[in-house]
Design a protein around this ligand. Structure first.
Ligand code: FAD
Length: 388
């Protein structure tokens, strides 16, 4: 346990570091990935370019450091991050490397503003935070259906919409599949031809557990003239074919259906954010009072449409196409808003939502405005933790 003086120093310097948070972590990644290029196989290299990864790390470290007196205060956030780490196969031996470069970055960015005593205190604090993560992750690895990666064959590839394609995965070893909690995700390790680093991504399981396959449904991130297309989603769509074999990490994640309550369930999804909710929907639709609301730009990009076939399902298209209008394929044009929501779903419910950033903010705002207690609000964000 850290002594009082160390904890005081860390807490007193959190604001200073936080102020320079992104400068420090940007510097940290740059130096670490230059000197230890093998680590590029672990990090999302696109998020290095768009700044999301440094931001996520900075937020996590400062949140932890500001609670250095009682790290149990960060338990929920640590839980989510640890689940992600396990899906990425992050190991105890990775932590000292991160620590070394983080301290170097603090020294280099802050220069004379920090003395030796401050650096020593942060070194101890980092060790304490790292130990917490290592122990949580150790438990998770022990409970995991398999450790690291298991090879899966692409049994079936099915186009679900103009942008979304499903992949049905079966273990290459012919062994059995674990159960998982609807809402959880798997990790995929992508060695993309002509791309120099292994890339790892998470994909939510989009079907109910208990099948002889795992299914993921992936949106093609097409890019624009200025922005390059997404690496892994484009590879999956364009290059990975039925019969190919891909390494997959075991189901993980702390966004899943709370089966200890019998309250109605309200699922709110935007775009490809429907995948974890579809799994929940399929698992629970015959057992509980379930409402499923899905928002998409239009019918052309609405994936898994025919699987949303229960009575209490609502489709909201931002800009319905002529065909959508002819088919009367939607319940509302525009956006999901609170006035509409309170008319179609009960308030005494467990709410789950997932979607693009704007959708997430809108849902979070609407549920708060409606007065839904925090413990009934659950969400998954497809970007790095701490950047929403
Ligand atoms: P990346 O290469 O990571 O690029 C991401 C985005 O940035 C793309 O839109 C790309 O066009 C853009 N970009 C590229 N270069 C730049 C640049 N220089 N500057 C700015 N922008 C740039 N996705 C699904 O489709 N289905 C799911 O079920 C799903 N579940 C998920 C579950 C979890 C828990 C998480 C964390 C994510 C999930 N995702 C899911 C998202 C998925 O993991 C990937 O992030 C997504 O497929 C994009 O990866 P990519 O490699 O194709 O794109």
């Amino acid at each position: 346990r850290l002594d009082e003086r160390t904890r005081e120093i860390v807490k007193a310097t959190v604001p200073v570091l936080a102020e320079h948070g992104e400068a420090i972590t940007t510097h940290f990644y740059k130096r670490m990935l230059t000197e230890r290029p093998e680590l590029k196989n672990y990090f999302n290299m696109t998020h290095q370019k768009d700044g999301k990864q440094p931001r996520a790390l900075a937020n996590a470290v400062y949140a932890a450091a500001s609670h250095i007196d009682d790290l149990s205060a960060i338990a929920p956030a640590a839980e989510t991050i640890a689940e992600k780490h396990v899906s990425l196969n992050i190991r105890p031996e990775h932590y000292p490397i991160i620590g070394e470069y983080l301290l170097k970055a603090i020294k280099e960015v802050l220069g004379d503003a920090v003395d030796e005593e401050v650096i020593d205190a942060w070194e101890l604090a980092y060790g304490e935070i790292a130990d917490l993560f290592i122990s949580i992750e150790d438990e998770k690895y022990k409970a995991s259906a398999w450790t690291g990666y298991r090879l899966f064959t692409i049994h079936k590839k099915v186009k679900e919409s103009e942008e979304i394609t499903s992949f049905y995965l079966k273990p290459e070893d012919g062994g059995s599949l674990p159960s998982y909690r609807p809402g959880q995700y798997i990790g995929i390790k992508a060695d993309i031809p002509d791309y120099p680093h292994t890339q790892r991504r998470q994909y939510s399981l989009s079907d109910a557990p208990g099948k002889d396959y795992l299914r993921i449904s992936v949106k093609r991130e097409g890019g624009t003239e200025e922005i390059p297309a997404g690496l892994v989603s484009t590879w999956l769509h364009d290059q990975v074919q039925e019969g190919d074999v891909v390494p997959i990490s075991a189901p993980a994640g702390d966004f899943y259906l709370n089966e200890s309550t019998s309250r109605p369930v309200v699922l709110l999804s935007g775009g490809v954010g429907l995948t974890p909710l579809m799994s929940m929907y399929k698992k629970t639709r015959d057992e509980r009072d379930v409402y499923f609301i899905h928002a998409a730009r239009n019918g052309g990009v609405h994936g898994l449409k025919e699987e949303m076939d229960g009575e209490q399902t609502y489709v909201v298209y931002e800009t319905p196409s002529e065909e959508d209008k002819t088919l009367a394929a939607y319940d509302k044009a525009g956006y999901v808003d609170l006035d509409w929501l309170r008319n179609v779903v009960p308030k005494e419910a467990d709410f789950y939502f997932c979607g693009p950033e704007g959708f997430m903010r809108a849902m979070n705002g609407a549920l708060h405005e409606w007065g839904i207690p925090d413990e009934q609000v659950n969400y998954e964000f497809f970007g790095p933790k701490g950047t929403l």
